[in-house]
Design a protein around this ligand. Structure first.
Ligand code: FES
Length: 168
């Protein structure tokens, strides 16, 4: 997950499903400059597939009417876009100051040592992936963990153990 310059090909053409297609058209009306659609379109791809592939970049460029290189630049620059398949539950642990001071390392160590999730990798069974990220903007309730986009604040190992049992 660390090399952000390489895109992976699925070997299959990409297209938005009906729901995302409708959302794309709705958003397109709000953006008179078509290239402003790059970031929201990448979000739609990620929402649908969980990650951004080579084919999805070509598809977005085509839908927007821009160069694939422009979509590639955005996708590879912003670390919130995943360029590889992630686990079914993608866990982000904030590693910035407040979370660091309030115990993020115990959380990461627990995930690594007890749950077998190595930071920067997907667990062998595909259930979890783990990433240490910069400030998630909830410093007052550190440490913060985000799972599939949902925030969990004031976390500790005991709370995380319970939380993980609810993820099916
Ligand atoms: S430092 Fe962790 S949310 Fe800001």
């Amino acid at each position: 997950m660390s090399d952000r310059s390489q895109l992976i090909s699925t070997g299959k053409p990409f297209a938005f499903d009906q729901q995302r297609d409708k959302e794309f058209e709705r958003l397109a009306k709000r953006y008179p400059i078509r290239e402003s659609m790059i970031l929201p379109s990448l979000w739609l791809v990620q929402e649908q597939e969980g990650w951004v592939s080579q084919e999805s970049i070509a598809y977005i460029a085509d839908r927007i009417g821009t160069f694939a290189s422009k979509v590639y630049e955005a996708a590879t620059f912003y670390t919130m876009y995943h360029l590889h398949p992630m686990g079914k539950f993608h866990i982000c642990v904030c590693r910035t100051l407040s979370c660091w001071l309030r115990g993020k390392q115990e959380i990461v160590d627990y995930l690594k040592d007890e749950v077998g999730i190595v930071p920067g990798q997907v667990r062998d069974d595909g259930k979890y992936s783990l990433e240490e990220v910069e400030c998630l903007g909830h410093c007052g309730t550190a440490p913060v963990v985000q799972i599939n986009g949902k925030f969990h604040e004031n976390m500790d190992v005991e709370k995380l153990k319970v939380l993980l049992t609810t993820l099916q």
